[in-house]
Design a protein around this ligand. Sequence first.
Ligand code: NAD
Ligand code: LMR
Length: 328
Amino acid sequence: MKPAVKVTITGAAGNIGYALAFRVASGDMFGPDQPVILRLLEIPQALSSLKGVGMELEDCAFPLLHDIVLTDEPSVAFAETNYAILIGAKPRGKGMERKDLITENAKIFSTQGKIINDHASRDVRVLVVGNPANTNALIASANAPDLHRKQFTAMTRLDHNRALGQLAIKTNSRVADIKQVTIWGNHSSTQFPHIDNCLVNGQPVYDLVERDWAIDEFVPRIQRRGAEVIEARGLSSAASAADAIVDHVHDWVLGTPDGDWVSMAIPSDGSYGIDKGLVYSFPVTCKNGEFEIVQGLELDELSVSRLRLSEKELLEERSIIQDLLPNA
Ligand code: NAD
Ligand code: LMR
């Protein structure tokens, strides 16, 4: 059996953390032959609730779960960790935009970036989920100067999966038959869900749906889906977010299927003219634990303007938290 990998989940007693820990322990994230050690981090006030999560994990008797550490001490949670999933942060409520959380949440990620820098395994892979996720990932990575920027990512996989789900319904097809969908930009209402390259059962998507539908209905629907869930549930998405976390890390580590790509928010290398260093969602393929931006996609004028709009929002967010970027 392979040696166990260490997986740190912050905010592990919260809504998403509670949905995620069991999926990781059951083998969904790394496959059926990869044991895991869970390091679950919470704030002191939530330790009792975290203890309950630990008890339930024990009660599942997962064969792949080799150890569980419950702690409110970040240096313990991140010690030699291989995967850091940063969820612990405040969620938005009804009527808020995700960037309204920036002043409250940003400091968590500068602190955790430094601790990851000092304590995590040198090959750690970080996924930031706490909102505003792209800018929080930028903050964490800027505070971890000994690690490579490419070790820090943020989550737009939920938006990607939402796009697949809505397209499957609209085209009366199966999710598995839909390929080459992209979420560009920020995990916010300026994101650009883009389907010009999309194939459904190998057929161009615009043989099945009107482009006007895509621009006027599909794009705003995906952009506002998080708010729609909050409106309906009174709480932000949790099980679907946990599922997207599993998919993001799974594909990053184990690879994307041939002929398709996924959306990940990653440090821009300047591709498609996006400001270098911004954590921006691109279409990527993954192989051997590395991601690569899909190059050469043709973008019409409208698409380029949407990409720019989301870049502009990320530049604005960056200027708000500039003082938390010591090495930028
Ligand atoms: P929640 O309030 O249910 O849980 C958050 C947990 O984090 C709480 O248990 C809290 O005690 C803990 N926490 C707070 N600060 C912490 C810290 N410094 N260290 C460790 N733990 C800490 O919220 P949730 O519904 O699980 O959402 C968490 C975050 O994820 C929110 O910011 C939400 O907006 C975001 N989110 C992002 C996506 C995405 O697609 N990127 C999707 C859904 C939710
Ligand atoms: C989501 O997309 O569901 C999350 O980012 C939560 C939110 O605030 O919308």
